[in-house]
Design a protein around this ligand. Structure first.
Ligand SMILES: *[C@@H]1O[C@H](CO)[C@@H](O)[C@H](O)[C@H]1NC(C)=O
Ligand SMILES: [Cu+2]
Length: 332
C-alpha cells in the first residue's frame, strides 16, 4: 500500500474510534432493567478511558485503586437478582450506540457481603469475548472483534458459583493504541445477587484490581496495526470453569459461545464434572443490531461522545503519519 493510502486508512480508523464511552444501563437477557445507574455504580470519569500512559486529564491508570470499578465509583441504589444462564450486559451511557475500538471485552465478578457498599477484593473472570470473524489484517483492526459495534459488554451468569452478592465488572479494552502503552480500558461495576445455585465455592483463579494488568503484558502491549490477524493472548486470568468464552483468537469458528468445562455441578447440570468438554453453550444469542434499549439523547450537562479527549489527542496526525510509513516499510 502507498503510504498515503495507509495514512488514510489509519486516520479513518482513528476518527471512527474516537468516540469514547462508559456503561450505566443494565440489560438482563437483552432487556433493560431499571434506569441509568440503578444497578450500575456511578463513577466520575465520564466517558474517558483509563490508560497506562497519557491518560486523559483527570482520568486514572490501571495501577490506581479505583481501577476496579472506575474513578470515584459509589454504590448504586439497587441490587439485581440473577440466576445461572442469565445473560447480563452493561450498556453504553450518554446515548452511545456501539463500541468501535478493536479489542476484547471481559466480565469479572467479586464476591461481597453487601453489593451496595463493599468494594470487592478477589476478582474472577466469568467471560471473555475475543475475535468473532476470521479474516484480514484490515478487519482485525475493526469488525473482526466480537464486540465491534455492539452497545454493551455482556457475559452469562455461571452455574458454578455460590449464591450471594457480587460486584460484576464489565470491561472493554481498546487496543488501537496498545502498541505504545496506550491500551484504553473502559469499565463499570454492576451490583448483583445470584440465586438458585448450589456451588459452595468459586472455582478457578482470582486476581486483584489494581494488579491484574501491567503495561508490559503481551495482551495489552499488542499491535493491531501490522499484519496480525489473531490475538492469541487474553488480559488477566483464565475464565473460570462454568464461565464463557465468545469467539476465539483468530475468529475461526465464528461467533460461538463456549462454556469452560469443570466446576461443581449446579442447577441444570450442563457444567458438571469437568468431562463435558463439548457441553452446549447457554441458550443465549448474540445481541442484534436492533438492540432493544432505546438510545437516549446526550444530556447537555453530561459529556458527549466527542473526540476532544483521549484517542484524538493522544494519537495525533503526526503519529499516524509515522505509523503509516512504518507499516509500509515493514510490508515492503
Ligand atoms: C512492548 O512490546 C514491545 C515489542 O515486543 C517491546 O519492545 C516493548 O518494550 C514492550 N513495552 C513494554 C512497556 O514492555
Ligand atoms: Cu478511544
Amino acid at each position: 500500500m502507498k503510504t498515503a493510502d495507509t495514512l488514510a486508512a489509519i486516520l479513518g480508523l482513528v476518527s471512527s474510534a474516537s468516540a469514547h464511552y462508559t456503561f450505566d444501563k443494565l440489560l438482563i437477557n437483552d432487556q433493560q432493567v431499571g434506569g441509568d445507574s440503578t444497578y450500575i455504580r456511578k463513577h466520575t470519569n465520564g466517558y474517558m478511558p483509563i490508560k497506562f500512559k497519557n491518560a486523559p486529564d483527570g482520568s486514572i491508570t490501571p495501577l490506581d485503586a479505583d481501577f476496579s470499578c472506575n474513578k470515584g465509583a459509589t454504590g448504586a441504589p439497587q441490587v439485581i437478582t440473577v440466576k445461572a444462564g442469565d445473560k447480563i450486559g452493561l450498556r453504553q451511557a450518554f446515548g452511545a450506540n456501539g463500541i468501535q475500538h478493536p479489542g476484547p471485552s471481559q466480565v469479572y465478578i467479586s464476591p461481597v457481603t453487601n453489593a451496595k457498599t463493599d468494594s470487592g477484593s478477589d476478582w474472577y473472570k466469568i467471560h471473555q469475548s475475543l475475535v468473532c470473524r476470521e479474516g484480514s489484517a484490515e478487519s482485525f483492526k475493526t469488525n473482526a472483534w466480537c464486540s465491534w459495534d455492539e452497545n454493551n459488554v455482556w457475559g452469562v451468569i455461571p452455574a458454578t458459583i455460590p449464591n450471594g452478592q457480587y460486584l460484576l465488572r464489565g470491561e472493554h479494552i481498546g487496543l488501537h493504541g496498545a502498541h505504545d502503552g496506550q491500551a484504553e480500558f473502559y469499565t463499570s461495576c454492576a451490583q448483583i445477587e445470584v440465586t438458585g445455585n448450589s456451588a459452595a465455592s468459586i472455582p478457578g483463579e482470582s486476581v486483584k484490581f489494581p494488579g491484574a494488568y501491567q503495561v508490559a503484558d503481551a495482551a495489552v502491549n499488542f499491535s493491531v496495526w501490522g499484519r496480525s490477524t489473531s490475538y492469541p493472548v487474553a488480559p488477566g486470568p483464565d475464565v473460570i470453569p462454568g464461565g464463557t468464552i465468545r469467539g476465539s483468537a483468530s475468529g475461526a469458528g465464528g461467533d460461538k459461545l463456549q462454556t469452560v468445562p469443570g466446576g461443581a455441578s449446579s442447577g441444570s447440570g450442563n457444567n458438571g464434572g469437568g468431562s463435558n468438554n463439548n457441553s452446549p453453550a447457554p441458550s443465549v444469542t448474540a445481541p442484534s443490531a436492533t438492540a432493544s434499549a432505546t438510545p437516549q439523547p446526550t444530556p447537555s450537562n453530561e459529556p458527549g461522545n466527542g473526540n476532544g479527549k483521549g484517542c484524538g489527542r493522544s494519537f495525533p496526525r503526526r503519529a499516524a503519519v509515522a505509523l503509516a510509513a512504518k507499516i509500509d516499510a515493514e510490508a515492503a
